[in-house]
Design a protein around this ligand. Structure first.
Ligand SMILES: [Zn+2]
Length: 530
């Protein structure tokens, strides 16, 4: 937007501690020129000749920043054959054949979102099941940790004759491939799928649709990560193309799984598309019980999850990134993984101090108090997904020994330890709607029946200001954008959300129901109308 706009009569929550609330805001081009009372703002030289918009008492907050998700994977998942409703392998094959009918024989078919524990057969589809489809087929289980392929796909991936495949590639008693791949080993399949499926118009259209959905929740920035070992890719090109077409709605920061060439360091780019850094995975998932804990999981004697790295190799990887000025975002679920990550970061931080990189530790499911103190001393960001607490209360109680539950999903303790805690969605692993995360952080109850009454481990409940701070101000810090985003202050970008419902009036109601009236990014309307 080139012009100047004056918004008055609002209830503006600025997230700027020096000037926390206001009723008027003056936007000049892409930036905020003034925030305060109408009288204050009218004193600005540009205000008097400006068109005035009445906010009619609506609540305004800074644009929401989703600090960690897998955006391309989310949009890809919407284009894949949706197998979430299937209750048998027969139904899976039927659905795939419906899609195959409209495609040339060499086009890959991707199927997603299924959960084989809900199939009558209670097993993953294998090669012989999927050979009933004429096209190459690649299926991804809802958790992204199991993959199924037919013979055509295995052939195209060069896996049929390959004797030297990674451990996760399953073979039957006779040594031939079953088509099922767990965790590592799926990269060959995804590599072939991507080689044969160039990014085309439908991909761009899918991404543009997802951006529209994000704008409808009030999201103005996203930070997206690749996870190539489970088939989740990210690249800069599609976002650049959307921008060229004027269809890039959110600001995008991208983390990939390798160091970039040409000595590129973190945050290269501009205010719309930037390189974030290196995404690493210290351990596995909590639901699969592969998150690396210092303790045994309940009912699983001897099982403490797994580290994905040898600690020395991990430290060397962090060191290479640090030397090159690259932010590291580490998937760190369990407290044993946290030990490895903190050991590495402390050592590397002594050798090459680069505090401005504010490395991100993602998820932080179980963090012991002394680890929280080390995180605070290091100045790393905890990037958490509050929505998981509402999805996983039962899984947590089943798996984590009672004595460790107070240190699990304990965002408030992290904040009180002095850590900057940012929040995000981890979509498509969870809902992209940040208001679900806000509700979970504030109320800590199960989705659906909203139990336990009063919240699960209620001492860890955040108040609404704290919850929104995680999704705005703190998330801007985690992406290195705190000087221009995260709060409504003069000089910052005019990324703001006008709400239809005021969550501060909603008590302990379900905050995921909050509706957005209009979303602005850089002064430009990206959702709604005002
Ligand atoms: Zn993730």
């Amino acid at each position: 937007m080139d012009g100047t706009r004056l918004f008055t009569g609002g209830r503006i929550k600025t997230m700027d501690p020096r000037n926390p609330s206001a009723d008027s805001i003056l936007v000049c081009g892409q930036r905020i020129a003034a925030v305060g009372t109408e009288t204050d703002v009218m004193g600005h030289p540009l205000a008097c000749k400006t068109e005035k918009t009445d906010l009619e008492g609506r609540r305004v907050i800074p644009g929401i920043i989703d600090g960690h998700l897998h955006f391309a994977a989310w949009s890809e998942g919407k284009m894949a054959v949706d197998l979430s409703g299937c209750r048998s392998i027969h139904e899976v094959v039927e659905k795939l054949n419906e899609r195959a009918a409209s495609l040339p024989d060499d086009r890959w078919i991707r199927g997603m979102h299924f959960d084989h524990s809900r199939f009558a057969e209670k097993r993953l589809p294998d090669r012989s099941d999927l050979d009933a489809v004429k096209n190459p087929v690649l299926l991804t289980r809802v958790c992204y940790h199991a993959h199924c392929a037919n013979s055509k796909a295995l052939e195209l991936a060069g896996m049929m004759e390959n004797k030297d495949l990674p451990e996760g590639v399953q073979r039957d008693g006779t040594g031939s491939l079953t088509g099922v791949v767990l965790e590592s080993g799926a990269d060959l399949l995804y590599g072939a799928f991507r080689r044969d499926t160039p990014i085309g118009e439908e991909h761009l259209e899918g991404m543009a649709n997802c951006m529209r959905e994000m704008a409808s929740y009030g999201v103005t920035s996203i930070s997206t990560s690749a996870a190539v070992h489970i088939g989740i890719d990210e690249s800069f090109g599609p976002y650049q193309e959307l921008r060229r077409r004027g269809r890039l709605l959110q600001r995008v920061t991208i983390h990939v799984n390798d160091l970039l060439p040409f000595g590129i360091s973190s945050f290269l780019g501009d205010e719309m598309i930037r390189y974030g850094g290196l995404k690493l995975f210290a351990d596995g998932g909590f639901c699969a019980r592969t998150a690396a804990m210092s303790f045994e999981y309940n009912g699983m004697p001897g099982h403490r999850g797994e580290l994905n790295y040898d600690p020395v190799l991990f430290r060397e990887t962090v060191q290479r990134a640090q030397e090159q000025g690259i932010q590291v975002a580490v998937h760190t679920n369990g407290d044993r993984a946290m030990d490895m990550v903190l050991d590495a970061m402390e050592r590397v931080g002594e050798l090459f101090p680069r505090p401005w990189l504010r490395h991100k530790l993602l998820h932080c499911y179980v963090v012991r108090p002394e680890q929280a103190a080390r995180m605070a001393a290091l100045g790393v960001v905890a990037d958490v997904q509050p929505v998981f607490v509402s999805d996983e209360i039962d899984i947590a109680e089943e798996g984590i020994p009672e004595g460790m539950l107070p240190f699990s999903y304990a965002w408030k303790s992290l904040k009180e330890a002095g850590i900057i805690v940012a929040a995000s969605s981890d979509c498509p692993a969870a809902s992209p709607n940040p208001w679900r995360g806000v509700d979970a952080a504030v109320n800590r109850v199960r989705v659906g029946d909203r139990t336990p009454v009063g919240g699960w481990h209620p001492g860890q409940k955040m108040d609404l200001d704290e919850a929104l701070e995680m999704f705005t101000r703190n998330a801007s810090f985690s992406t290195g954008m705190e000087s221009v985003l995260g709060s409504l202050e003069p000089g910052k970008f005019a990324d703001l959300v006008v709400l239809e419902d005021d969550p501060w009036d909603m008590g302990d109601e379900d905050l995921s129901a909050v509706r957005v009236f209009a979303t602005f990014r850089g002064g430009e309307t990206i959702f709604g109308k005002l």
